[in-house]
Design a protein around this ligand. Structure first.
Ligand SMILES: [Zn+2]
Length: 289
């Protein structure tokens, strides 16, 4: 959910007048809800995943509550993570709406949104700016997502924006976020509660309630299945490799990996997936099916 807001707050408000970011102090109802979240348990779970993926967890980019802000946006985002600001933004109005619509608690809706954004934060993160011929090129890597923006200097006008693997990254992130969420409920004793059972049931029966990226997760499921079948590997192993790639980074730039995908899902399909948008997903599913 990062692509639309991955800018400095001031710039974000300038470029997208519909976005408004404020400290939690001005939103006591959201602060109160966040105070109920067990961030230590959430951090432990994400640390274990990063550890299993073979990355150094000493400097895990886990976002503490002090780097969480309130977001108001016309984009209907529930939450967003910015790699450049190392911050999470929460739109509690959207979270409350989803909770009301699908009949689960606001607190659990918030925890699920946090699980998704913390997966983005703890996966491979890299930000750099390069100045070249009066242009500023910003490159942001978040998991599988590569986001490149070219700004014309000195007037700072956005000239070009390229986004790769956004859909694939969201699919892997959301699938993993649901695992993190279920584990959080188990460890905090919430899994046995009626509210927790209800939210997990809702997600299963109505995946659109869990995330606007549920179709991207379905694409990832499909790829896991296909690779597992063709390579005679257990699905869990393939899935673990996808998670590892998101934490270690660079996996899809590897020629061997690219060739492997080409062989399994068809030549050039990975390249097509790299630029696919959420609105294209049905087309991809049909093409791959
Ligand atoms: Zn996201």
């Amino acid at each position: 959910m990062v692509e639309k807001i991955d800018l400095q707050a001031e710039k974000a408000e300038e470029v997208n007048p519909g976005i408004h970011i404020e400290s939690l102090e001005k939103h006591p109802e959201l602060k109160e809800l966040l105070d109920k979240v067990d961030f230590d348990t959430l951090r432990d779970i994400l640390k274990e995943i990063a550890d299993r993926s073979g990355v150094n967890t000493e400097r895990l980019n886990f976002i503490d509550p002090k780097r969480i802000y309130h977001l108001q946006s016309q984009l209907k985002l529930q939450a967003a993570y910015s790699g450049k600001r190392r911050a999470i933004f929460i739109n509690n109005v959207e979270i409350d709406d989803a909770a009301d619509k699908f009949g689960f608690s606001r607190e659990l809706g918030l925890v699920h949104a946090l699980c998704h954004e913390e997966v983005h934060a703890t996966s491979k993160n890299e930000c750099r700016s390069i100045s070249r011929e009066n242009k500023l090129i910003e490159e942001v890597t978040i998991g599988y997502l590569a986001h490149r923006t070219t700004w014309a200097e000195p007037i700072n006008i956005k000239e070009k924006e390229e986004i790769f693997y956004s859909l694939f990254n969201e699919g892997v992130t959301e699938k993993l976020a649901q695992e993190v969420f279920a584990e959080y409920l188990r460890r905090t004793g919430g899994a046995g509660s009626e509210a927790a059972k209800q939210i997990l049931k809702t997600y299963k029966e109505n995946p659109a309630a869990a995330s606007k990226y549920w179709e991207a997760s379905a694409l990832v499921d499909f790829l896991v299945e296909k690779i597992s079948e063709k390579c005679a590997l257990e699905k869990q192993r393939v899935w673990q490799a996808f998670v590892e790639g998101m934490y270690k980074g660079g996996a899809l730039e590897d020629e061997e990996v690219k060739n492997g995908f080409d062989e399994i899902i068809g030549s050039g399909m990975l390249k097509k997936i790299s630029t696919a948008k959420l609105s294209d997903i049905q087309v991809w599913m049909e093409l791959l099916g």
